[in-house]
Design a protein around this ligand. Structure first.
Ligand SMILES: *[C@@H]1O[C@H](CO)[C@@H](O)[C@H](O)[C@H]1NC(C)=O
Ligand SMILES: *[C@@H]1O[C@H](CO)[C@@H](O)[C@H](O)[C@H]1NC(C)=O
Ligand SMILES: *[C@@H]1O[C@H](CO)[C@@H](O)[C@H](O)[C@H]1NC(C)=O
Ligand SMILES: *[C@@H]1O[C@H](CO)[C@@H](O)[C@H](O)[C@H]1NC(C)=O
Ligand SMILES: *[C@@H]1O[C@H](CO)[C@@H](O)[C@H](O)[C@H]1NC(C)=O
Ligand SMILES: *[C@@H]1O[C@H](CO)[C@@H](O)[C@H](O)[C@H]1NC(C)=O
Ligand SMILES: *[C@@H]1O[C@H](CO)[C@@H](O)[C@H](O)[C@H]1NC(C)=O
Ligand SMILES: *[C@@H]1O[C@H](CO)[C@@H](O)[C@H](O)[C@H]1NC(C)=O
Ligand SMILES: *[C@@H]1O[C@H](CO)[C@@H](O)[C@H](O)[C@H]1NC(C)=O
Ligand SMILES: *[C@@H]1O[C@H](CO)[C@@H](O)[C@H](O)[C@H]1NC(C)=O
Ligand SMILES: *[C@@H]1O[C@H](CO)[C@@H](O)[C@H](O)[C@H]1NC(C)=O
Ligand SMILES: *[C@@H]1O[C@H](CO)[C@@H](O)[C@H](O)[C@H]1NC(C)=O
Length: 701
């Protein structure tokens, strides 16, 4: 089949190429005038005048023994059995005929092509482009074997168009494709029978195809009914050999039980771009080979169904052993629990849903999962064990709302001391992840590059459009085992579009790029030139090199300006008064050596916060006045969002705000926040802390 496709693709391409070659008149009679191209395999014929007679005397045509014969008939109106009646006496065939009819075909009479049966081994392709009215007589194509019949853009003076299936009675067609035609129905005087291997009926405003399906022999490999107006899924029950069904872009609202029963060879179902709200739990029962299920752009709110016996089940469960690719993007899903059972799943596309939390072991049994797209959801929390069990290579978390890559867990150690353990959902992916996208995660207030350095195979890191906060270049090793970073000469392509960097960023990023020292950076082409751009220019990808770097005088200036930048950096790194780094040295941890200081600082600010009065208010969305946001933001108070699992079994999210004493007065005006969320978990005296910012939380409300 592939070979065929390639073969015909080749023919089409050669057709286009040959069209441009020189042509000369090679055959003329009263009805048509034909021109041949120089190698004579393409013959282009134009009807001299509309005629009902349609007899063409081919006796003077010379076919010179070519392997392919491509005939192009322009503006023919009427095809009858006379059209090709004595074609066979002069045209020899060694393989392949293709007839293309462009415009105007009004009527095709009985047995028009039957004479071509003469060439027993020859495969015939018929192409009708923009036929007008296109009345097909019974048996018009009958009793013949075709490689392909392709009909597109039927022009019809009296809609709806009626396609006479009896015209195809007793045909064997490797591929029948009818597309881009306005509303039509099928008609058939008595039953018709055709043997079609690949059937495409696209963009024809079809509302019912039962008559067609009744006419098909049971042997068929794929059916494409996309872009029609079908509102119920027809039964394909008798087509036991089907491998692929495309039902995308119709008007289905639900998928009923057993609709695909017995299709044990079915590999792929495309139901995207419908209005599906409900799928029966046994809709895909018995599909023992289904590997790809495409459900994007629908209205699913849940993957689960509650049965009459009050059991939770899912239409995905029958597919557990086989499903490798699942597309669920652009639905209304709040969660995706059944996916954890899909033990063969390799790729999950789930962008643009309404997912808020990724829980522990969200993909528990999806041990083969390599690609996950969860972009454009509302993900706020990602449990460090969220991706445990997977072997993710490609993770897209772009355009979500989480605020940190890390979670801090308070655990009690053997000596009953409270210990802080920081971990990241990326930690379980250290040996697999190659591509990570955090693009447009505008709430990501802290980006700890240390977490990223642990991703040993990382080669593409997309950070474009995330907000550059004072914790953008943070590099904290946490309490974990100290890894010697010097061996990690990471070679990563880092995209940083839509972010503006300044001279301070050069200083702050130095320790990061000491580790990511072989990385390539992509920044905006129109990024203004400064010492960040200038000093890192060797790292900046050649594709979108900032334009200003090609200006010699700017470069000259920068060479001078940035000469002493490293000296300047010392003061930046030590200083606490850089406007963009308000939370002082705690964010500017330059290496693993200082990280112990870093954690001390965190501890300090936390204990300070507990001794300072933390006013905690239960947040009901919108209760915080916007005016206070800006006030708080201007104080630049370091803030911490803490999510605590208490032993009473509730997971509470607490926003504790640590505020310089000078800001307490403003806070006292009643603007601190406390969020409570519920979470069930027993027997664990541990708590989670997710670093985040205050503005962020308010912005979300
Ligand atoms: C083609 O058909 C015409 C009219 O029937 C006839 O005169 C002519 O001999 C035929 N040519 C051949 C080669 O059979
Ligand atoms: C075919 O007919 C259309 C009008 O129906 C005309 O514009 C076009 O030139 C004709 N093509 C040829 C090749 O004669
Ligand atoms: C669908 O068919 C209509 C004619 O009925 C055509 O105008 C339109 O371009 C087609 N759409 C696509 C995507 O091909
Ligand atoms: C339907 O077929 C029968 C016999 O097969 C024939 O007599 C009748 O005229 C046909 N009707 C139409 C509308 O073609
Ligand atoms: C239909 O075509 C296929 C392959 O082209 C062939 O194997 C099968 O026997 C045919 N079935 C019928 C009923 O003609
Ligand atoms: C499913 O159908 C849609 C719409 O026709 C198409 O864009 C998409 O590529 C198809 N997906 C697959 C995996 O075939
Ligand atoms: C499915 O196939 C089985 C046996 O292969 C058969 O008994 C049953 O009737 C079929 N079901 C349908 C709905 O065709
Ligand atoms: C799904 O997986 C969970 C464990 O993760 C298991 O308890 C449950 O029985 C599984 N359900 C099905 C239908 O396989
Ligand atoms: C991580 O997944 C593995 C295997 O799926 C499981 O055995 C282990 O308990 C999980 N770890 C945690 C902390 O849940
Ligand atoms: C852990 O963090 C909390 C608050 O974030 C702090 O109060 C506590 O002192 C820290 N404990 C250790 C051992 O660092
Ligand atoms: C991020 O946002 C920019 C600008 O709004 C947009 O052009 C880009 O496509 C977005 N990227 C993703 C992955 O959504
Ligand atoms: C910055 O701090 C380091 C130690 O952290 C010190 O060695 C260095 O002298 C300081 N530089 C300035 C300019 O204060």
């Amino acid at each position: 089949m592939r070979r065929f496709k390639f073969f015909f693709c080749f023919i089409r391409i050669s057709l286009i190429i040959t069209l441009t070659k020189s042509e000369f008149p090679c055959f003329t009679n009263s009805i048509i005038s034909c021109r041949c191209n120089s190698d004579e395999s393409l013959v282009t014929c134009v009807e001299n005048r509309p005629s009902n007679e349609a007899f063409i005397d081919w006796s003077t045509f010379s076919s010179a023994g070519h392997r392919f014969h491509l005939f192009k008939f322009i503006n023919f109106t009427h095809l009858t059995s006379n059209t090709f009646a004595n074609f066979t006496s002069t045209v020899l065939s060694l393989g392949q005929f293709e007839f293309t009819f462009i415009n105007c075909i009004d009527r095709v009479e009985e047995n028009t092509f039957q004479i071509l049966n003469f060439y027993s081994d020859t495969r015939i392709t018929l192409i009708f482009e923009s036929p007008r009215n296109f009345q097909l007589a019974n048996y018009a194509f009958s009793r013949l074997e075709y490689r392909e019949i392709m009909i597109s853009g039927i022009q019809n003076d009296n809609p709806p168009y009626q396609l006479n299936l009896k015209a195809f009675d007793n045909t064997q067609i490797y591929q029948l494709s009818i597309s881009n035609s306005p509303e039509f129905h099928f008609i058939s005087n008595g039953s018709s029978s055709m043997n079609i291997t690949h059937l495409k009926l696209k963009n024809c405003s079809l509302t019912n195809i039962d008559l067609l399906l009744d006419s098909l022999s049971t042997f068929i490999l794929d059916i494409d009914l996309s872009s029609n107006k079908l509102n119920h899924i027809p039964s394909f029950m008798q087509f036991l050999t089907l491998k692929d069904i495309d039902l995308s872009a119709n008007l289905f609202e639900n998928v009923k039980s057993n609709i695909f029963t017995n299709l044990t060879q079915l590999n792929r179902i495309n139901l995207s771009h419908n209005q599906i709200k409900h799928i029966a739990p046994d809709a895909f029962l018995g599909l023992t080979k289904l590997s790809t299920l495409v459900l994007h752009d629908n209205r699913l709110t849940s993957l689960e169904t509650i049965t009459v016996h009050n059991e939770v089940t899912s239409f995905l469960y029958p597919l557990v052993p086989t499903l490798t690719t699942l597309h669920l993007s652009n639905n209304l899903l709040h969660d995706f629990k059944p996916i954890r059972n899909l033990s063969s799943l390799n790729s999950l596309q789930m962008c643009c849903n309404k997912i808020k939390i990724l829980n522990e072991n969200s993909f528990e049994n999806a041990h083969k999962l390599e690609t996950v797209d969860l972009s454009c959801n509302h993900i706020e929390l990602i449990h460090p064990m969220a991706f445990n069990g997977t072997i993710l290579l490609d993770l897209d978390l772009s355009s979500n709302s989480f605020s940190s890559l890390e979670t801090t867990k308070h655990v009690i150690n053997d000596h009953f001391h409270l210990k802080n353990q920081t971990s990241s959902f990326l930690d379980t992916l250290q040996s697999t992840l190659i591509v990570l996208s955090l693009e447009n995660c505008t709430n990501l207030l802290e980006l700890n590059w240390f977490v990223l350095t642990k991703l040993r195979r990382l080669s593409i890191l997309k950070l474009s459009g995330i907000s550059k906060t004072d914790k953008f270049w943070s590099l904290q090793s946490g309490d974990g085992p100290v890894v010697s970073l010097d061996h990690r000469l990471l070679d990563v392509r880092i995209s940083l579009y839509n972010i503006r960097f300044d001279n301070n960023d050069y200083c702050l990023s130095k320790s990061v790029f000491r580790i990511f020292n072989r990385s390539t950076l992509n920044v905006d082409e129109n990024h203004p030139c400064n010492c960040f751009i200038f000093m890192l220019k060797k790292k900046i990808g050649a594709v979108h090199h900032p334009i200003c770097l090609s200006n010699q005088s700017i470069v000259q200036e920068l060479t001078e300006d940035c000469m002493n930048i490293d000296l300047f950096c010392l003061s930046v790194v030590n200083s606490t008064t850089i406007p963009s780094t308000q939370s002082s040295s705690s964010t500017v941890r330059t290496s693993t050596k200082t990280s112990s200081t870093a954690s001390k600082l965190t501890t300090m600010s936390s204990s300070q916060s507990s001794s300072t009065k933390i006013s905690t208010v239960t947040v009901t969305a919108g209760s915080t006045k916007t005016s206070s946001i800006s006030r708080l933001t201007t104080t630049n108070a370091p803030t911490t969002l803490r999510t605590i699992i208490k032993d009473d079994g509730k997971w509470k999210t607490v926003l504790a705000i640590t505020i310089p004493l000078t800001a307490v007065a403003i806070i006292a005006a009643g603007t601190s926040i406390f969020i409570v969320k519920r979470w069930k978990k027993k027997n664990s005296k541990e708590s989670f802390e997710m670093l985040t910012g205050f503005e962020n939380l308010l912005a979300r409300k």
